[in-house]
Design a protein around this ligand. Structure first.
Ligand SMILES: CC(C)(COP(=O)(O)OP(=O)(O)OC[C@H]1O[C@@H](n2cnc3c(N)ncnc32)[C@H](O)[C@@H]1OP(=O)(O)O)[C@@H](O)C(=O)NCCC(=O)NCCS
Length: 150
């Protein structure tokens, strides 16, 4: 499977806004892609990427180029379009992103990600990639997870 993370550009930004999660997932992933693209125009550290399988657009993600005040690089959002879920793309995109962050962000020693407590697919996926719960505390509606990079 060839998964790539490409910049969001004049060519693909509209197609990105047409990516959708399943209706029943809106309670765990409420903000549409267009919201994240808009926020990235005003939050300097937000980087957005389109997720492709070969030449097909299948998803979208957001990560932070700069760490927060505690040295954590956040991944604020990742989604795979409803038509393409369950095919391994989410896991492959996370692995690709984590590899990119390790190689290209020299100061990146801690990656953080959050998910709603009832998002069991995200919970299992992040846990299996090495993201451990920071605590049982729910912060802004989310469980926070941390991956330490050696
Ligand atoms: C979470 C999400 C990104 C995962 O992407 P995906 O491409 O569907 O997931 P994958 O096919 O790579 O599967 C990842 C793991 O989840 C499991 N999984 C995927 N869909 C599942 C489902 N509906 N039920 C149970 N397990 C599921 C897979 O079996 C796989 O486990 P394995 O690798 O141990 O076999 C995707 O489901 C999604 O976009 N959800 C809505 C948005 C969201 O919740 N984003 C994350 C919170 S910010």
């Amino acid at each position: 499977m060839v998964i790539s993370l490409k910049p969001v550009s004049i060519e693909n930004w509209y197609a990105c806004t047409q990516l959708k999660v399943k209706t029943e997932q809106l309670d765990v992933f409420p903000a549409p892609v267009v919201y994240w693209i808009a926020e990235s125009k005003y939050v300097d550290e937000f980087e957005v990427r389109a997720i492709y399988s070969e030449e097909e657009l299948v998803g979208f993600l957001v990560f932070c180029l700069q760490p927060d005040k505690d040295g954590n690089h956040w991944i604020p959002a990742i989604m795979i379009d409803e038509k393409h879920q369950g095919k391994g793309y989410g896991r492959a995109a996370m692995e690709r992103l984590m590899e990119w962050m390790r190689l290209n962000l020299s100061a990146c020693k801690k990656i953080m990600i959050g998910h709603r407590p009832n998002n069991q697919v995200a919970e299992r996926l992040y846990e299996s990639l090495g993201f451990s719960k920071v605590s049982e505390e729910i912060v802004d509606g989310e469980i926070i997870r941390l991956l330490k990079i050696e």
